[in-house]
Design a protein around this ligand. Structure first.
Ligand code: MSP
Length: 514
């Protein structure tokens, strides 16, 4: 039985600990958190990994600047990351650090395995190198004497170790072609296939210690450390037991497709090549399953429509936004306003607009009105009456079919579409309330007023459950006020789940208007 069960293993990128989290890095994490909460809500066993990428030039330089030994610098920033994630309501299962002993040991084991098999070989490297991006570039790849991202490059000539990436090119192309949902969105898949039309070069996976000492030592040459991407990408599989014999069961459960496992990597589009080409060929060389999905999301843009980043300045500090608006409106905005996969602007004005339209005026308003009316006319208890009103019946039908539609949209990574459906339905409930005006009805026909309120309460219950993965605390509070906090996904497929006489709490407004 268990064999058939799909499991959902979702990962964020491992963040460089050269600076504290900003809105761009928070975005990847919040999205992965929301998807993991949805899949858990749908009843799938779920595992959610995030963590930090702690080796390499960038980190060595940041540690030098902070005048700390690299590991102390990393420890301090890891605390910072953990604290920001807690403030944003991130509920990860694994926080993975690439400086963990089991990671270092496994990376070395993998290097040795590939070296022994001839998939890693030594050669002399001559060409251009970008220190800040830690990548090698050919003459042809330079743009006006700089890296394609505009960073300075230096010419080097040195002995290095190479991974035979080119050997796996055809196999990778076949896999992408046969699995249309492997790289998403489709535009990114096409981009990768386009990139793979040119012959792949092999990947330089070592750095001489004379230039960079902060890294995982190459087991067969102590003068070298491992290229940071080769080290960091392995984390996703090491975390669930890759090449650790005592973790075989865990590995089969979360990584291998045959047991219903498989990874879903949420990344930004700037790290698409490293994930869809470097990482996948590494896995092919190791003869283990590829991830099920690599989803490359877009960028949050600054005022000049550029990628919001520390180096460009004008980023938003997620902690400041949380202090001002609370974590959940921010999570909601990012999930609702950005079509997952596309670039999108961020500003305080846009955030405020969304809070007012969807949260304060829609779900917040529905709750306030219904709870106040129930308080006033029904002694604060659910009226619990069925309804013969045609419009109410129509709403009831729309509400109970939403569950499967929502699940389908989320499984296809269409988060904004899913939220649009839920808020669309909430608007219909608000309109229903407006049209029926139970505050007028209550004076002449209390029963009819009770039916209207009951219908609205049910709609509120179902929508709050569906929105809980995005806004866990606020929606739990709302559901507590309706006495429904312990309900689960299957409860949204039926109406009348609030028993007659259930106390309905008239609380503070859930979302203040801005
Ligand atoms: N350490 C590597 C990833 C290694 S994964 C094995 C790395 N780290 S990072 O800290 O620079 O960036 C991590 C993520 O933040 C990326 O997914 C990147 O796309 C995301 N973002 C950084 N700025 C961003 C925006 N302005 N908008 C959206 N996401 C962006 O790369």
């Amino acid at each position: 039985m268990n064999e058939k069960l799909n499991r959902f293993y979702i990962t964020t990128p491992l963040y460089y600990v050269n600076a504290k989290p900003h809105l761009g890095t928070a975005y990847s994490t919040i999205m992965a958190d929301i998807f993991s909460r949805y899949h858990r809500y749908f009843g799938e066993p779920t595992l959610f990994l995030t963590g930090t990428d702690e080796h390499g030039q960038k980190i060595q330089q940041a540690a030098e600047l902070s005048k700390k030994p690299p590991i102390e610098h990393c420890n301090a920033l890891v605390e910072e990351f953990r604290s920001v994630w807690t403030q944003l309501g991130i509920n990860y299962d694994i926080f993975f650090r690439t400086t963990e002993p089991r990671h270092i040991k496994t990376v070395q084991k993998v290097l040795q395995e590939l070296y022994d098999r001839g998939d890693i070989y030594v050669d002399n490297y001559e060409g251009w190198y970008s220190v800040s991006e830690e990548i090698f570039l050919t003459e042809k790849e330079l743009v006006n004497g700089k890296s394609p991202l505009g960073n300075p490059v230096v010419q080097i000539s040195e002995k290095n170790y190479f991974f035979r990436m080119s050997k796996y090119q055809d196999q990778l192309i076949r896999h992408i072609e046969q699995n249309p949902n492997f790289i998403l969105p489709q535009t990114r898949r096409n981009e990768v296939l386009g990139f793979l039309r040119k012959p792949l070069t092999d990947l330089c996976i070592s750095r001489p210690k004379s230039r960079l000492s902060w890294g995982i030592e190459i087991p067969f040459d102590r003068d070298y450390v491992t290229y940071v991407w080769f080290d960091a990408l392995l984390n996703y599989a090491v975390a669930v037991g890759l090449r650790q014999p005592d973790q075989a069961e865990q590995f089969e459960k979360w990584w291998e497709h045959k047991g219903g496992g498989g990874a879903h990597h949420v990344i930004g589009k700037d790290i698409l090549t490293t994930h869809s080409v470097y990482w996948t060929t590494m896995l092919l060389a190791l003869n283990v399953d590829l991830p099920r999905t690599i989803f490359a999301h877009g960028w949050i843009l600054n005022r000049d429509s550029e990628k919001m980043s520390k180096s460009k300045g004008a980023t938003f500090d997620p902690v400041e936004l949380v202090n001002e608006f609370g974590p959940e409106p921010l999570r909601y905005f990012l999930a609702r306003d950005i079509h997952f996969g596309n670039d999108a602007p961020f500003s305080r004005e846009l955030l405020i607009q969304r809070i007012n339209t969807d949260l304060a005026n829609n779900i917040g308003n529905l709750y306030s009105r219904v709870s106040q009316l129930v308080d006033k006319y029904f002694d604060g208890k659910s009226p619990g009456a069925g309804s013969s009103d045609e419009v109410a019946k129509g709403l009831e039908n729309k509400t109970i079919v939403l569950a499967d539609d929502l699940k389908g949209l989320i499984e296809n990574w269409n988060l904004s579409g899913a939220l649009e459906r839920v808020t669309g339905l909430l608007s219909e409930y608000n309109k229903f309330l407006e049209d029926r005006a139970p505050w007028k009805m209550a004076k002449e026909n209390k029963e009819a007023a009770g039916q209207v309120l009951e219908t609205a309460l049910e709609g509120l219950r179902v929508c709050a459950l569906h929105l809980r993965p995005v806004m866990p605390n606020k929606m739990t509070l709302l559901l507590e006020n309706l006495g429904c906090q312990n309900q689960v996904f299957s409860d949204t497929k039926v109406f009348r789940k609030i028993e007659q006489g259930t106390p309905i709490k008239k609380g503070e407004p859930i979302f203040p208007r801005w």
